[in-house]
Design a protein around this ligand. Structure first.
Ligand code: NCD
Length: 321
């Protein structure tokens, strides 16, 4: 017998209209709401002993990762498997990419094998977009250079909405290495689309020049921002993307921009702490902040699966296999 959830999931919301998921800017408030609402149904599924639905049986999802990843790749894999899709994990290491095969040839090979969706992470901004020109499969961007990381933003929006019951009117402080962060670019766009206010906080060397055009407040001083934030969103210091010296030292960064117990006490009572992971404990945040009761970091990871299920479902679910 079908459950209520299955009935709801078989009727894909008309007009969700996702062909690819490349950047958050392309999503309107209605589409974001549709993704978050479907994710809530999938989240309920995760609480059951049998977590699988047959929605994507017979479809093939390929995880094509050219950059390191733990949680995003695993999260996409679990999401696709819970929807009963076949999953293929392809990492550049150990593949013909290390023999010099180009992204295009790799994509055409996957296309020839008939994959239905490609989840791609690549160090070059725009690579997922380029992929859509070469393949018929749906393309989901799992992070491209410093550009975008849309499913991370969606899982963050989901987590904030889950906690506060809404996004509209909340105030989010996005703190740290914004310059190198695809997470920040995606999240800020999503928050603004959903009518949340944003203050971007960090040293001038770690904020992009274009931040002035982002429709956000900008602060180079963390302490005055703390009291008015509903959400404190800490970004990882992305040493691997830094080609020069952006901060005097890690210790100096932690002193000026890191969340510690002292700053935690300056937050308003209802405020929450978020971080996309992986965390540098002792740099962006101290261990007591990471493990504080109002830190939603583990919720973010858990919700990532439901949100990725929702994206895959809205893209592939209603199609004929
Ligand atoms: C982020 C990424 O890879 O962009 N991590 C993630 O996907 N959870 C953030 C980061 O690496 O700092």
């Amino acid at each position: 017998m079908m459950t209520q959830d299955q009935i709801a999931l078989d009727e894909r919301p008309a007009g969700a209209g996702l062909s690819h998921l490349l950047d958050v800017d392309a999503l309107g408030a209605d589409q974001i709401t549709a993704i978050l609402d479907a994710a809530r149904t999938f989240q309920q599924l995760a609480a059951r002993p049998i977590k699988k639905v047959p929605t994507l049986r017979g479809r093939t999802v390929c995880n094509l990762f050219f950059e390191d990843s733990t949680r995003t790749r695993v999260s996409f894999e679990i999401a696709a498997k819970r929807l009963s899709a076949d999953v293929l994990n392809f990492s550049a290491k150990g593949s013909s990419v290390s023999k010099g095969e180009s992204l295009k040839d790799t994509a055409l090979t996957l296309q020839a094998m008939g994959v239905d969706a490609i989840v791609v992470r690549h160090h070059a901004a725009g690579a997922p977009h380029q992929l859509t020109r070469w393949v018929d499969a749906h393309v989901l961007n799992a992070g491209d250079g410093r550009h975008q990381h849309p499913t991370q933003a969606l899982l963050d929006l989901f987590t904030i909405r889950e906690h506060f019951g809404q996004l509209d009117g909340l105030h989010v402080a996005v703190i740290g290495d914004v310059l190198h962060s695809r997470v920040a670019r995606s999240l800020v766009q999503g928050l603004r689309t959903m009518s949340a206010g944003v203050t971007v906080v960090g040293p001038p060397t770690l904020l992009p020049l274009a931040v002035g055009q982002w429709d956000v407040d900008v602060s180079h001083d963390l302490d005055p921002v703390l009291g008015k934030a509903d959400v404190v969103y800490l970004l990882r210091v992305q040493h691997e993307r830094m080609s020069e010296q952006f901060i005097p030292s890690v210790r100096e960064y932690a002193r000026l921009w890191g969340m510690d117990g002292r700053r935690l006490r300056r937050l308003s009572e209802h405020a929450v702490i978020m971080h996309p992971g992986p965390m540098n404990r002792g740099v962006e945040l101290t261990a007591d902040v990471a493990d504080a009761p109002n830190a939603l970091i583990a919720r973010q990871v858990a919700n990532g699966v439901a949100v990725r299920m929702s994206c895959l479902y809205l893209m592939l679910g209603g199609e004929r296999a």
